[in-house]
Design a protein around this ligand. Structure first.
Ligand code: KG4
Ligand code: ZN
Length: 411
């Protein structure tokens, strides 16, 4: 009976609300639609209660921003405005579903570019009103940290390292909405440095890299290095016995070496220095060492404070920079040394996407966390939003003297 009703319901768009609600609002049986517009990707996905992806669409603005030399918020907003509706429609179509099948809409509200976030929020509110669906607000960085649970069996608590174009965070994940921050960048993020260095080095003048984001271009150039010791870059924050990060000094050192070599070779407008691959390798190796060093101290801190039981020694690496295989391999070496299991989502789920928002929505839906049915007008965006409760001052106070492991991974 129920099956035939379900079949019928899929074909009809005109059911009354009570029937609709009884079909789609069960906590254990729900399809969640997720919307992501926090930066320069318009993403949408629908997943079911098991975490199967039923439909997904991603409209990346990367190529347009590459042309401008960075993300221009006004341009990003115009593109989100243009693509949000077709992106959501395409996702429903590819999943062969209609609005009656959707239990709730999850949407990124923080942190991110305000002009970009606003488009996702407004459109999600419009859909919520039109189709009478609850909204589930999502924190973009929490979504990066949780999406690994969609494909791997990872139970709470676990340690997470989130590395992207806008953030660098180390946190303990205690639950779907319970995060404890151990460290964060005191200046910029690793992806931002890769993007700026790649641009200034003119890597996109090499046809092979012309369509790639900066991080991927640096990774590919580094893999062709012939002299790994040509440039020595200082390891950031060696004297700070905490888990914070800094990438500004590293960026300045790379730029300094680049200008020096350009002068030495009298480099003209669109030419690259002959040592570009070696300089990319030095940047990648130093970034990895820094990430490993701080993560190693976070492991020490967790161990000393009994924050992770032995069977929960797990590290999840996520965010766009987690796509980098060299970085992931060096972190894997650290995990092997300290008996941790390491996980990362597949590359398309490491970078910004709608699936991670839908997954975060599902995890909240199943626990009845932040499901907003009434008063959706009270929901608003936040450009800056810290991740969970900060334990940073305790980490700083602990002054743990972590001696960086010897990294043997080859580039
Ligand atoms: O998570 P994400 O898609 O967006 C933000 O929330 O920032 O991350 C984008 C960042 C960009 O800076 C990009 O250069 C970097 O991730 N990225 C990489 C790689 N792929 C993307 N960085 C290093 N190696 C890669 N393979
Ligand atoms: Zn992101």
């Amino acid at each position: 009976m129920i099956l035939s009703l379900l079949k019928h319901h899929k074909l009809s768009r005109n059911f009354t609300k009570p029937f609709e609600i009884s079909l789609v609002t069960s906590r254990n049986c729900a399809k969640i639609l997720g919307i992501e517009t926090s930066c320069d990707d318009t993403g949408c996905a629908i997943i079911n209660e098991k975490g199967d992806i039923l439909g997904e669409t991603l409209n990346s603005q990367n190529l347009i921003h590459l042309r401008y030399g960075g993300i221009i918020p006004d341009v990003a907003q115009d593109l989100h405005r243009k693509y949000i509706e077709p992106t959501v429609h395409k996702t429903l179509e590819s999943a062969q579903l209609n609005w009656l099948d959707i239990a709730a809409i999850a949407v990124t509200l923080e942190p991110g570019l305000p002009l970009s976030l606003a488009i996702g929020m407004k459109y999600a509110k419009h859909l919520s009103r039109k189709y009478n669906k609850p909204l589930i607000p999502v924190h973009h960085m929490e979504a990066h940290a949780l999406v690994a649970r969609m494909q791997h069996k990872i139970s709470f608590p676990y340690l997470t390292l989130l590395i992207s174009g806008g953030h660098c965070l180390l946190a303990l994940v205690q639950g779907v909405n319970k995060f404890q921050l151990l460290g964060q960048s005191i200046d910029c993020a690793p992806g931002e440095v890769f993007d700026k260095v790649a641009r200034r080095m003119k890597l996109r003048n090499i046809p092979e890299y012309s369509q790639l984001c900066g991080g991927r271009a640096v990774e590919m150039a580094a893999s062709k290095a012939t002299d790994l010791n040509l440039f020595q870059l200082p390891l950031p924050l060696v004297d700070h016995k905490d888990c914070n990060f800094s990438f500004n000094g590293l960026k300045t050192s790379v730029m300094y070496q680049l200008f020096r070599k350009e002068k030495e070779h009298s480099i003209e407008a669109d030419k690259l220095i002959p040592e570009a691959n070696d300089l990319c390798a030095a940047l990648l190796m130093t970034t990895s060492r820094h990430l490993v060093h701080r993560t190693q101290r976070a492991m020490d801190f967790c161990h000393k404070n009994h924050l992770l039981p032995d069977e929960k020694k797990q590290l999840v690496v996520s965010g766009g920079v987690a796509c980098n295989n060299y970085i992931f391999n060096t972190l894997t070496e650290l995990c092997n040394e300290f008996d941790y299991k390491i996980y990362r989502p597949e590359p398309k789920l490491c970078t910004d996407n709608g699936v991670m928002i839908a997954w975060n929505g599902l995890e909240k839906w199943q626990r009845n966390i932040d499901v907003v049915s009434k008063n959706i007008n009270s929901l608003d965006i936040k450009a800056v939003s810290p991740l969970g409760e900060s334990l940073i001052s305790s980490v700083v106070k602990a002054r743990i003297p972590t001696k960086l492991i010897k990294i043997k991974v080859k580039l």
